[in-house]
Design a protein around this ligand. Structure first.
Ligand code: ZN
Length: 257
């Protein structure tokens, strides 16, 4: 594991991601950058750097606003996504499409941009997403890795966490053990731990938890995650694979912003 990456070794497009990837910026919600591109066809803008965490299968994207150029033209940002090269596009509120068209005529690459992430939205998604780490860590630890998060931790719309692997016999005992372990971790002030592997993968955990590959945003300490209730744990046979579903209704409620 290396220290936090510098911009130099990164793919230049990935440099726009560099700010939010590092721990010192993980709690920051505003900064200054420069305009890089305007894409009227897809109603989006790019900057030389960003604090907006793009959406993924793991969590919703940040939202907020930016002010572009000397006239500080405000554009509301309603979604942020990364393309396959890592370039981060900021989708502009359709109500501001005319402003974007004007900027396309008047603004230039290198114009200053004020970047403002909505802190309440950031907190809500970071809390909800951090809960996933705690649930996944509890299941994986309690089953010695025999059950692990399916496809990196996708949560379906019902608030179900799906794990794949060897079935456990006593599901109620497992549910209680998961609940107990999550409550214990939430009772500590274990700090968020962000490390980078040599190939640039960002890995995140809390305290001495095994850090898992993740590009999301997280609360700075485990005790800042919301209270999590594990309602139900049940087996599922899907596409020939034995799965375990952990139902956490508190998580589902939490993500409703
Ligand atoms: Zn994460």
């Amino acid at each position: 594991m290396n220290d936090a990456p510098t911009h130099e070794w990164m793919n230049p497009e990935r440099a726009t991601m560099a700010l939010y990837r590092m721990e010192e910026f993980a709690d920051k919600t505003n900064t200054l950058g420069f305009l890089k591109g305007i894409y009227p066809q897809i109603n989006a803008v790019t900057f030389d750097r960003t604090l907006f965490c793009p959406g993924s299968s793991e969590q919703l994207s940040d939202v907020g606003c930016v002010r572009v150029g000397k006239n500080r033209v405000r554009l509301n940002i309603e979604n942020v996504f990364a393309d396959e090269t890592g370039k981060i596009f900021h989708s502009v509120d359709p109500k501001h499409h005319k402003r974007l068209l004007k900027l396309a005529d008047n603004a230039a690459t290198g114009d200053p941009v004020e970047i403002n992430v909505n802190p309440n939205h950031r907190d809500a998604i970071a809390q909800a997403h951090s809960s996933e780490h705690l649930i996944a860590n509890a299941v994986e630890t309690l089953t010695d890795g025999r059950l692990y998060f399916e496809s990196g931790g996708t949560l379906d719309e019902r608030g179900y966490h799906k794990f794949i692997g060897e079935q456990i016999k006593n599901l109620e005992d497992l549910r209680l053990a998961i609940q107990k372990m999550i409550s214990e971790i939430r009772g500590t002030s274990m700090p968020r731990n962000i490390v980078f592997s040599e190939n640039g993968d960002r890995r995140v955990g809390f305290g001495d938890m095994n850090p898992t590959r993740c590009e999301g945003t997280h609360v700075p300490f485990a005790n800042l995650t919301p209270r999590i209730t594990v309602d139900n744990v049940h087996p599922l046979l899907q596409n020939g694979a034995k799965k375990l579903v952990v139902v956490s209704s508190t998580y589902r409620n939490q993500i409703q912003l």
